[in-house]
Design a protein around this ligand. Structure first.
Ligand SMILES: Nc1ncnc2c1ncn2[C@@H]1O[C@H](COP(=O)(O)OP(=O)(O)OP(=O)(O)O)[C@@H](O)[C@H]1O
Ligand SMILES: [Mg+2]
Length: 251
């Protein structure tokens, strides 16, 4: 077997008496299209928070391409190539779409504006950012403030920012949450069009999206991995259907 992009070994996280992550052994392969599903409160976001370093594990370890990154802080993990979108969006609302993406790209290439470069962003940063906006069909919105955009487009900008970090691992926590159904196709198309070299882990309650996108699905229940398999295996798993899919109404 090849070394996975991300691997967790017996990963645990307690919040007081609550075990939000229990002994999670998980593998995200290079270039994966992997979905993480499970009922509300199952621990999906906590797991992403553990992978990104937002939350520290109580025990267990996290490896990236075989290297133990359990003790690596959040900002360093971003530099190693782990990017995410948040369940609730975090954008600079008064800045333009282009400015928001430029900030991410500049951060990555070490070209953040400074007192030595008061005029603004480097040309290569702006060009790369415009190219990214173009790939997500956001060019027409480049000069618009985030606060002027419909919510679905704001979420697309989040995706542009995550991609601006040139990640190897992209963690999408409910990327279409709160997006009106009339706009959600924009998000879904963008996800479908993500570069194939990026390993993607997506969390979503929309089973049509999950079963269309994922090549592998992990089901979490009460902080633990309940099942992992291909969409066919997960869809046909009677126990999974009983705990989750039945309620979520897939199939
Ligand atoms: N910082 C925290 N402090 C205390 N408890 C927390 C914290 N973060 C999460 N929890 C608890 O951990 C459990 C797992 O929460 P988590 O948000 O990871 O679930 P989830 O699977 O993402 O749910 P949802 O589908 O609703 O987004 C929940 O019981 C939640 O209340
Ligand atoms: Mg969540």
């Amino acid at each position: 077997m090849t070394t996975p992009l991300i691997e967790t070994r017996a990963l645990c996280r307690n919040f007081g008496a609550l075990a939000a992550a229990r002994d999670i052994d998980f593998r995200l392969e290079a270039g994966a299209r992997h979905a993480l599903i499970g009922p509300n409160g199952a621990g999906k976001t906590t797991f992403v928070n553990l992978l990104t370093g937002v939350v520290q594990p109580t025990s267990g370890s996290i490896l990236m391409k075989g290297r133990d990154i359990t003790g690596v802080v959040q900002a360093e993990r971003v530099k190693l190539g782990i990017a995410r979108t948040f369940q609730i969006n975090r954008l600079f609302r008064r800045l333009s779409v282009l400015e928001n993406v430029c900030i991410a790209v500049a951060e990555r290439v070490g070209a953040a504006p400074s007192m030595f470069r008061p005029a603004g962003m480097r040309r290569d940063v702006v060009e790369e950012s415009m190219h990214l906006l173009d790939s997500l069909k956001l060019t027409a919105d480049a000069t618009h403030r985030i606060s002027e955009l419909p919510y679905g487009r704001q979420r697309l900008v989040e995706l542009a920012i995550a991609l601006g970090l040139k990640p190897e691992v992209l963690l999408l926590d409910e990327p279409a949450a709160g997006v009106p159904s009339a706009e959600s196709h924009i998000i879904l198309d963008a996800i479908d069009g993500l570069p194939r070299n990026i390993g993607v882990l997506i969390i979503d309650h929309d089973m049509d999206l999950v079963f269309r996108f994922a090549e592998r699905i992990t089901v979490m229940v009460s902080g633990a991995v309940f099942a992992t398999g291909s969409p066919g295996e997960i869809g046909a798993d009677a126990a999974v259907r009983a705990v989750y899919l039945g309620r979520a109404g897939h199939g």
